[in-house]
Design a protein around this ligand. Structure first.
Ligand SMILES: Nc1nc2c(c(=O)[nH]1)N[C@H]1C(S)=C(S)[C@@H](COP(=O)(O)OP(=O)(O)OC[C@H]3O[C@@H](n4cnc5c(N)ncnc54)[C@H](O)[C@@H]3O)O[C@H]1N2
Ligand code: MOO
Ligand SMILES: [Mg+2]
Length: 421
């Protein structure tokens, strides 16, 4: 007899899963390999940057007090007593009406408090001694890059869980991180189930299709920041599937299966969870696509039973698996970022379930707009290629029209959100 399933809300489903989140683990990698990884600790300034006052221009370091009388009609003359470039330190103490010829990046000499750019000075020699003169007053601090201007020691600069980008690479080097604490990439096991599945290099035959979900999910895992262990595809045979799933669970903390999770005669995942003695958190969610998404817990491990239908599988992963992976990457904002966008097309038909329409969201004249990236059916593959977002059309009795404001979940974004529901 057909088992009746009770759909739970999306928010409740996410909440249930997040109760079983797995903590992240730190590993150290060389700075040259840290680009694209996620910080596992807050990045704190270990020193002031710069850690000495320095010149931001090529010119002359002076005591501003000596420039007070300078004007167009009254040039003030300075004796140039030293000459330094970046990396050099002047040993001179600069006195009244003295200056040091200084290059960008060099440390301000003792006694000086301003830099006169070459462009506003006139330099010359008298009896083999270098001099310069200026015709304007320079305020204290002019053209000085002060200690701590860029970062103050002890300041938290980047939060843990952040993707390391080229700018963060520069910071890491600035603060002397030869080895960088990053989140160990979570390892996620993956099976595709279905007797109909062909390998990617097999010829098409009647009734069979190529297994596309494995490659799609593997890429989604990578995009989320994890590593995939692909175990291969399984035929719809209970014993084979049961053994394969059980064995894999001794190797990974998170196991994804795709297919075989609905109420069909060859949908064996529900029976497998039962025989394992796994706790099924839910097996129906009030959403489209992905309503059959099932999540179970076994021995502290999370089993994601994603739908076999490609679009449903894709959406199930992004809503339910991604935040688990991002939490293991130390993110405090593990969910997809939610923004408001203007709908580009009509969806006149109401749907009792909340829909996640694969869509292309773009900026037009300063506003986010969103349009479906293909057919809105759960068995569709082609709409996924152009999807950079999931447009949320809340379930209910009304349809939606072009120009309505809708919420979109951004798939390629790195910021994420704390809780989008
Ligand atoms: N009587 C009912 N039938 C169905 C229901 C229902 O509630 N009552 N739910 C429908 C919904 S919604 C979905 S979604 C699908 C989910 O099916 P399963 O998760 O059990 O997946 P399968 O039956 O194994 O396959 C469904 C579909 O997807 C294709 N598929 C499977 N794996 C792959 C793969 N790796 N790559 C590409 N395509 C794949 C498969 O060939 C099927 O066409 O159930 C509905 N039925
Ligand atoms: O789970 Mo099905 O995707 O609602 O299409
Ligand atoms: Mg099925």
């Amino acid at each position: 007899m057909l088992e009746r399933r009770n759909p739970i809300s999306i928010g409740e489903a996410v909440k249930q899963i997040m109760k079983h989140q797995i903590s992240g683990v730190t590993e150290y990698v060389s700075i040259s390999e840290s680009y694209g990884r996620y910080l596992s600790e807050d990045l704190i300034a270990t020193s002031n940057v710069p850690h000495f006052d320095r010149a931001p221009y090529d010119g002359f370091a002076v005591r501003s007090i000596d420039t007070l009388e300078a004007s167009q009609s009254n040039p003030v003359e300075f004796e140039v007593i030293d000459h330094i470039g970046a990396g050099m330190v002047s040993s001179k103490l600069v006195g009244e009406n003295q200056a040091v010829r200084i290059m960008t990046g060099a440390m301000m000499p003792n006694g000086t408090d301003a830099v006169v750019m070459f462009e506003v000075a006139k330099d010359y020699e008298k009896n083999g001694i270098p001099y310069m003169s200026i015709k304007r007053q320079i305020n204290k601090g002019t053209n000085v890059s002060f200690i701590g201007e860029d970062a103050k020691q002890g300041e938290v600069l980047v939060e843990k869980g952040t993707l390391i980008n080229p700018g963060i690479q520069a910071m890491l080097a600035t603060f002397g991180y030869k080895e960088v604490p990053v989140a160990k990439k979570p390892l996620i096991g993956l099976f595709a189930t279905g007797t109909e599945l062909l390998e990617v290099d097999e010829e098409l035959v009647p009734g069979k299709i190529r297994n596309s979900n494995s490659y799609m999910i593997a890429a989604q895992i990578e995009r989320a920041g994890g590593t995939v262990h692909y175990y291969g595809k399984l035929p719809d045979e209970f014993d084979t599937c049961f053994k394969a799933v059980k064995d894999a669970l001794s190797e990974v903390d998170i196991l994804i299966t795709t297919g075989g999770v609905s109420v069909g005669d060859f949908d064996y995942l529900p029976g497998i969870y039962k025989k394992l003695g796994a706790e099924v958190l839910f097996n129906k969610v009030a959403m489209r696509p992905g309503s059959v998404t099932t999540v179970a817990i076994y021995d502290g491990k999370i089993l994601f039973g994603l739908s076999g239908n490609p679009s449903a599988c894709y959406v199930g992963f992004e809503l339910f698996t991604r935040p688990i992976i991002r939490t293991q990457l130390f993110s405090n904002q593990p969910h997809l970022r939610k923004e408001k966008a203007l709908l580009e097309v009509d969806f006149p038909k109401a749907n009792p379930f909340t829909r996640f329409v694969r869509s292309a969201t773009f900026i037009d004249e300063g506003r986010l707009k969103s349009t479906p990236s293909g057919l809105d059916k759960s068995n569709i593959i082609m709409s996924l290629a152009g999807a950079n977002s999931l447009m949320i059309l809340p379930g209910g009795t009304r349809g939606f029209m072009a120009g309505n404001e809708v919420e979109v979940l951004l798939l390629e974004d790195q910021v994420g959100s704390v809780w989008p529901w």
